[in-house]
Structure formats: structure tokens, C-alpha cells
Design a protein around this ligand. Structure first.
Ligand code: AHR
Length: 503
């Protein structure tokens, strides 16, 4: 039978915040070095930024970019990353057992964002693992104070006369995780985050602050952690963070394809926890969600390799360089759908990460840059997911999964651009073998034509783009989407990500 849903202009979830299409640059592996920054590369500009990568990042359409970590931030000494490059110290990076040269730092990162265009904004993390309130304040003064103080004048002396104007700040990273350098209990972190937030607001009332939530929904402390941290910080922060990575485990592809079930419940459970604390505090304020790390990541494989050998502190090693298949891209698209479906509360999200490290863009040192399969769903969602998310209640045939029970074969959302009246439907067919007929009722939307139906699917679900064959996978045109009166009929290919644009 066909899957069905109805779109009605009157029933909306909320407006898509452009920050939902954020990403993440961490000093990890080759994300920075030989990823975005490679002086001497034939495509490098005068700042050593790879212009081939810049072009792909622009095409991807990222907005907020989180920096400099990740686990890296818990050992980050911001002052090492500024000033004359030749004088910057080399440091051990405990998180990734690497040597950090600091050849690329804060000023270079802001320069990189400047070349992406006005939609790109920094999202800076402060170190609350091995450091605290004082260092966060110093970094804020260096970055944002106009002039006339020791640290703002130092920035000018370093060549950056204009302040960086960073509004969005993360108060540490994954502080609930025992792997984090300087890991803390919820009570310890909650107090530190509250005092850091209070001090940063004393310096600048307009900062937007993200408190660390859970590193994934499976953490033993999940929900209790958020409740304790928010009890301490509710009036002082704007967001709580969520992180989640998904992978196919033990050949269970059916469950993997349903990963968004976990992501949606993680979001809904976090919203419930935030609102519970708000109710207890009798507060009218609403805490929003910053899903500032999400992706497909073959983490089990990574841990097996990473933990095997002793650290030898290499510079920019090849780490977390997952190569993504069509199947991975379909799951990835479904994760994007999950974020859009909760656009009322998820107002910041960062695809982790941007280049080489579990990334939509890959590079070869001295060689080319190319798009992974996951590049396409992200670029399309960032481009066409503008406006108001419509409330999509799917009635779909289901399939059985070991991890999530019965799951709908269809996962979908739709976004209406109020300026043009156009609607973009994003849909995934989780059925690995059969096409899925879908009927979409269109109420009060004034839509006259199917502008485009693109599909990411392949006869080989393992197909991927590689250095040797970088153009193997790309979206193709869908066939047979028919708009008749107030109904759209379409058949979705097996295991596919679809974008249907209506005007
Ligand atoms: O994105 C890779 C790592 O995953 C980040 O450094 C950390 O925050 C998370 O565990």
C-alpha cells in the first residue's frame, strides 16, 4: 500500500533557523591541516587556504562553524593559537594523541569564515576541561573587545584590528564523557558552566551560550545530567547541546536505516527535560537545542584501530577518514529530516565534521578535493530547506527492526518558503528492495507544478566516491512525480533520499 501524508499551510512546526546547517572544524587528523589549510598546495591562496575546498564548502552551504573542538578543546590553550605563526608553540594534543603545531589558529579560522560569505559565523568553544572562567574571559576579550585593553590591543598588534564579533559560544565539550580530559560530574560541570556563563555575560550581555548536554542518548547519565546542569545554568544559557553518531553494527542494516528514530527520541526527551527544569524553576524562558555534533561515524572501527597502538604524536595523521556509501547518505538524509522535523526547538546543528574527518568533503595532500555521498543531502537541505517546516504526520507501511521495533518505511518532512510559496519535500524510502508509492495531499498551498525531483540511490548501495572515482555517485532525476489537483503522487526508489520541489 502507499504511504500518505497531508501538507496544510496552517499546520506548521516552526521556522528553520539557518544555523541548523552548521558544521564543525576540529583540530583533529586532517580536518585543518591538508584539509582546509595547506600552504604550498597548487590551489592554496595567500593565506594557505585551499581554494578548491573553499569552493566546495560554499556549495555545501554551511552556516555556523564550530571550532576548535571537540575533544581537542579540553586541552586548548587559545594563546598558543594567536600571534606570529613562527613563534607559536608545538603542543601535545592528548585527545587525538597528535602534535598540534598551531600553524593554524583563531585568526586563520576567522579568515577562513570570511572567505565563505556572510552566512558563515563562528561558534567558538571554550576549554572547561583543563581550564576555567579566567581563560574563557581572556579569550572573549581577545576575540571581541574593540580596543583599549591589554588583550584587545594584542589582537590588533597581531594584525586583527577589528574584533571577531563571536556571538555563539560552547561552554566546553562533552563534559559528561569519561574520555574527556578534565571530565566532570554534572554538579561540578553545572557550577563551572554557570560561573563561566555569568562572567562572560558580564563582559557582553549579547553572547549566546551553549551548555554541554549528553554525548549521546545511551549515556548512563542522560537526562539526569541535563536536569542537574540546567538547574544550575537555566537563566544563564540559551542552549543545551546534543551529540549523536550512528553506524551499521553487525550487519544490521535495517536498524541502521532507522537511526533517525533514536535521534528524534533523543531530541524529544531532551526537550522534555529542559521544559521540566523550566517548570520546576517557574521560568517563562525556553532553552533551545544545539545538536552540535551529528553524523554517520564508524566509531567501533575507529576505536579498535586507535586504541591498538601506543601514541607516537604524529602531525595531522589520517584519523576518522570514513568513506561514505549511498546507504550512509540515505541514513544521513534521514538525520537531516529528523532535525528539520524538530526545527521549533533545534535551532543550531553542526554536521561533524567539515573536511576529511567524518566529512562530506575529502582531500588528498597536494591532490584533489571531492564530494562524499553525504555532501548531496546536506547541500540540498541547506539550499531548499528555507522557511517554515510543515507538520508532516506520515501514515506509512512499516518494517521490523531489531533495535527500534516496527518503523515506518517513509521518513519525510516539508519546508515552505513564505517568500515564493514553493514547497520542498525531503523524503527517505527505508525499504532496501522495493519502491515505495507515496501520496501527498496539498491543502491551501497553491502549487501548480513539480519543479524538480532528485534522487540519491544506486543499484549498488555500497557505491561511494573515492580518490580514484570521485564522480561515481551523484543525485539523478526522479521519474513520475505527478501533481494532479491537490494531490502529488510519486514512487520512491528503494533505499533512496529524495528532494521534490513544488511551485
Ligand atoms: O567529532 C569527533 C569527536 O566526537 C569530537 O571531538 C567529540 O566531541 C566527539 O566525541
Amino acid at each position: 500500500r502507499a504511504a500518505r501524508f497531508t501538507l496544510d499551510r496552517a499546520f506548521t512546526v516552526g521556522e528553520v533557523d539557518r544555523r541548523l546547517f552548521g558544521s564543525f572544524v576540529e583540530h583533529l587528523g586532517r580536518c585543518v591541516y591538508t584539509g582546509i589549510h595547506e600552504p604550498g598546495h597548487p590551489a592554496a591562496d595567500s593565506a594557505g587556504l585551499r581554494t578548491d575546498v573553499l569552493a566546495l564548502v560554499r556549495e555545501l552551504g554551511v552556516t555556523a562553524v564550530r571550532y576548535p573542538g571537540g575533544n581537542f578543546v579540553s586541552g586548548y590553550r587559545w594563546e598558543d593559537s594567536v600571534g606570529p605563526v613562527g613563534e607559536r608553540p608545538r603542543r601535545l594534543d592528548l585527545a587525538w594523541r597528535s602534535t598540534e603545531t598551531n600553524r593554524f589558529g583563531l585568526s586563520e579560522f576567522i579568515g577562513f569564515l570570511g572567505k565563505l560569505g556572510p552566512q558563515a559565523e563562528p561558534m567558538l568553544a571554550v576549554n572547561l576541561g583543563t581550564r576555567g572562567v579566567a581563560e574563557a574571559l581572556q579569550l572573549q576579550e581577545y576575540a571581541n573587545h574593540p580596543s583599549g585593553t591589554a588583550l584587545s590591543d594584542l589582537r590588533a598588534e597581531h594584525g586583527d584590528k577589528d574584533p571577531f564579533g563571536i556571538r555563539l559560544w560552547c561552554l566546553g565539550n562533552e563534559m559528561d564523557g569519561p574520555w574527556q580530559t578534565g571530565h566532570k560530574t554534572a554538579q561540578e560541570y553545572g557550577r563551572l558552566a554557570a560561573e563561566t556563563a555569568r562572567a562572560m555575560r558580564q563582559a557582553d550581555r549579547d553572547v549566546e551560550l551553549v551548555a554541554c548536554g549528553s554525548s549521546n542518548q545511551g549515556m548512563e547519565t542522560f537526562a539526569a545530567w541535563e536536569a542537574t546542569v540546567l538547574q544550575e545554568t537555566y537563566d544563564l544559557v540559551d542552549y543545551i547541546s546534543l551529540h549523536a553518531y550512528y553506524e551499521e553494527l553487525d550487519g544490521d542494516r535495517d536498524s541502521f536505516l532507522a537511526s533517525a528514530v533514536d535521534m528524534e527520541s533523543f531530541i524529544e526527551n531532551t526537550v522534555a527535560t529542559c521544559d521540566h527544569v523550566g517548570a520546576r524553576l517557574k521560568s517563562k524562558k525556553r532553552i533551545n537545542l544545539s545538536f552540535d555534533e551529528w553524523n554517520v561515524w564508524y566509531m567501533r572501527r575507529f576505536h579498535a584501530e586507535f586504541e591498538a597502538g601506543p601514541p607516537d604524536w604524529p602531525e595531522a595523521p589520517r584519523l576518522l577518514e570514513d568513506s561514505y556509501s549511498v546507504t550512509d547518505a540515505v541514513v544521513f538524509g534521514s538525520l537531516l529530516i529528523a532535525l528539520l522535523r524538530h526545527a521549533d526547538r533545534v535551532t543550531v546543528a553542526c554536521l561533524a565534521q567539515l573536511v576529511n574527518v567524518i566529512a562530506p568533503i575529502m582531500t588528498e595532500p597536494g591532490g584533489p578535493a571531492w564530494r562524499q555521498t553525504t555532501f548531496f543531502p546536506f547541500a540540498q537541505a541547506a539550499r531548499y530547506g528555507r522557511g517554515e517546516v510543515l507538520d508532516v504526520r506520515v501514515d506509512s507501511p512499516t518494517y521490523a527492526t531489531a533495535q527500534y521495533g516496527e518503523v515506518p518505511l517513509l521518513h519525510a518532512t516539508a519546508v515552505r518558503d513564505p517568500e515564493t510559496g514553493g514547497v520542498a519535500v525531503f523524503a527517505v524510502n527505508r525499504d532496501q528492495r522495493r519502491p515505495l508509492p507515496v501520496r501527498i495531499g496539498l491543502r491551501d498551498l497553491d502549487l501548480a507544478e513539480v519543479v524538480e525531483h532528485t534522487v540519491l540511490a544506486d543499484a549498488d548501495p555500497e557505491a561511494r566516491n573515492t580518490l580514484d572515482d570521485p564522480g561515481r555517485v551523484a543525485p539523478h532525476e526522479g521519474r513520475g512525480a505527478v501533481l494532479s489537483g491537490d494531490e502529488l503522487g510519486v514512487e520512491l526508489e528503494p533505499l533512496s533520499w529524495n528532494v521534490i520541489r513544488l511551485a
